[in-house]
Write a protein that binds this ligand. Sequence first.
Ligand SMILES: NC(=O)c1ccc[n+]([C@@H]2O[C@H](COP(=O)([O-])OP(=O)(O)OC[C@H]3O[C@@H](n4cnc5c(N)ncnc54)[C@H](O)[C@@H]3O)[C@@H](O)[C@H]2O)c1
Ligand SMILES: [Fe+2]
Length: 383
Amino acid sequence: MANRMILNETSYFGKGAIQEIVPEIARRGFKKVVVVTDKDLIKFGVATKVTDLLKAANVDFTIYDGIVPNPTIQNVKDGVAFVKSAGADALVAIGGGSPQDTAKAIGIIIANPEFSDVLSLEGVAETKNPSLPILAVPTTSGTAAEVTINYVITDAEHHRKFVCVDPHDIPLVAFVDSDMMMGMPAKLAASTGMDAMTHAIEGYITPGAWEMSDMLHIKAIEIIGKSLEASVKGDQKAREEMALGQYIAGMGFSNVGLGLVHGMAHPLSAWYNIPHGVACASLLPTIMKYNKEYTGEKYRNIAVALNIPGAKEMTIEEAREAACGEIDRLSKSVGIPATISELGVKESDMAAIAEDALKDVCTPGNPRETSVPEIIALYKSLL
Ligand SMILES: NC(=O)c1ccc[n+]([C@@H]2O[C@H](COP(=O)([O-])OP(=O)(O)OC[C@H]3O[C@@H](n4cnc5c(N)ncnc54)[C@H](O)[C@@H]3O)[C@@H](O)[C@H]2O)c1
Ligand SMILES: [Fe+2]
């Protein structure tokens, strides 16, 4: 089967990239836009960096800011009603993965009314029309949702996070501007940065990986490995590098899929409302070790990308140990909890959570085949 690569139609990078939003709106002839964001991003003056530009240029816009982290079905329903009543012809999504993903669900439903129930879009849905055009401005580094063909919504009533995969949802234009990420508190920079590292590693070792996705993932591992700790400390240059590193990871994983870390992280967020990045980061070192015999030479390449001295000359076993050890060290160094009991996960829920993890759309992308008993054992080892 041919390898497929889907990316934004246009993307802008670097400090000041948001200056391109107004010209893009004008060039594309959009008459009315809805800004999709969350209340904290308005309160902390992050989304306002963009809305100030829209105001100054007399762009006709309104704001839907009802989105919560781990966005819900209700967020999507409210957003669809809001955008319909506004009569918008485009969306400007400002935020981390939560506003980006909600904007995608809203845009897909408006363009494909036969899928009015977002649950009907779970997995791969055969939508006919591209989403209402989305101009995406990420504020975390991050999910890379601005360049992926996925969105993740929470069914709060049933403790379930579900992934929708649809090439029609990809934002038309992405504005990857590190100025929008400068205000991230250290904890958010750490957890979203480890999410990006997880994307790069899972995308690199998934069976569907190929030369082009490998090239993207290994570069992302190199950039994130080099910059994450300084970015967490607030270093400006490192935040700029992280903005790019997370996007490059997104270019890759969106096209080849992820693995068991994401499969096991989604139920943790659905059951306990744990932030996505924290859930992934707390699992990554353990699942890396679990997968290590199923990765050929790839952990050596990861060790080289992470700048581990002598990695090229090590035996493959040593190189695998070194790669896992460095990710473990990095995770601890940026303050990721070493156990999931610290995050409120209960042993009594474990069997049900493991069932959800096995069914998750990301799990089949893992290089090592797994099972409910093995997933339970992995969770338990982290309690
Ligand atoms: N679509 C995809 O491909 C994809 C990939 C990975 C994760 N996700 C999903 O994305 C969601 C997580 O997104 P996230 O980790 O980016 O966080 P988020 O969007 O949930 O935001 C978390 C919190 O950080 C705040 N915040 C965001 N940017 C900030 C900034 N610059 N300054 C200060 N505060 C800021 C927000 O207001 C919010 O309170 C999850 O639902 C996850 O499942 C999607
Ligand atoms: Fe993720």
